[in-house]
Design a protein around this ligand. Sequence first.
Ligand SMILES: Nc1ncnc2c1ncn2[C@@H]1O[C@H](COP(=O)(O)OP(=O)(O)OP(=O)(O)O)[C@@H](O)[C@H]1O
Length: 300
Amino acid sequence: MKLLFVVNPISGGVDKKPFLREAESLCNNYGIEYSIFKTTGVNDEEGVKKIIDEFQPNKVASVGGDGTTLFTAIALLETKIPMGIIPLGSANGMAVELFVNPKPIEALKNIIMSDVIGHLDMVKVNGEHYSIHIGDVGINAQIVEAYDKDENRGMVTYAKYFIDEVKKVDLIHVAINANGKSIDKSGIMVCICNSRKYGTGVPINLTGNPMDGKFEIVVVKKIDTNSIIKAGLSKFEEGFYDRENIEILSTDKAQLSFDKPRLLQLDGEVIGKYKDIEVEILSGGVNLISTKNSLSSIVK
Ligand SMILES: Nc1ncnc2c1ncn2[C@@H]1O[C@H](COP(=O)(O)OP(=O)(O)OP(=O)(O)O)[C@@H](O)[C@H]1O
């Protein structure tokens, strides 16, 4: 077997060397041929495609956070090569969502051993951007933008910008065209969800399923002390999920038209400001290496 590691050296502020030492020793012991591609943060698409082409891996392990998972998934989109996730980012929202073993070396053993493939959907935005986890316009996108400019990573940095942004929250008006209907909505955040929960553990789309060929548009109506407390508590107990503060629309294609250009983030990456957004599902776009146990938890 040939295994390619796509490694983000900076994700989560975690040093990847100890994991890589253990991974290399495991591969050497079992006679697994491997190659390591380290991302640099600039023009990595070309580099990773070149190594995929030359090395022709049977499996790919994405070592990093959600951004790295998405980067790897996009690189593999036109191949049928399956990929798995080694959670070594700051929040690892997608890994949690997909019931990946939280211990990196155990996640690697699952990738090596498993022939179980899950057909994970991917969301395509404006014909050129992708998401597998959650994208949004509004308060969270603003936080992600501020977070990205800070050299510190992790939850404490995220929390610092959360508090700043809550103070200056702005109401968004959006016209949503989906399922043959057009509806107008207002809220503090409009989310495009392939998945259920943010990396922080806060649920946004509890009825979603990342493998059902659909995505959800979730409009969060307001933010006040009560909704913040409920959102925070719902991380620990889903009973606190505030159904009254959200509206959910499930579809496979939608057009969103905002009152003015709005900042969009997809899977933790800031994409830019858009007034109009077109979203479509790429059903089963990612061949995800999983396990029977994880798959039954995902699609339950
Ligand atoms: N060598 C590098 N130096 C700087 N930035 C990098 C490098 N490699 C990748 N990146 C950037 O890292 C980001 C992706 O990070 P990723 O989402 O995997 O980790 P994270 O943000 O720490 O974790 P999480 O998404 O779980 O919160 C992308 O913006 C990518 O451009």
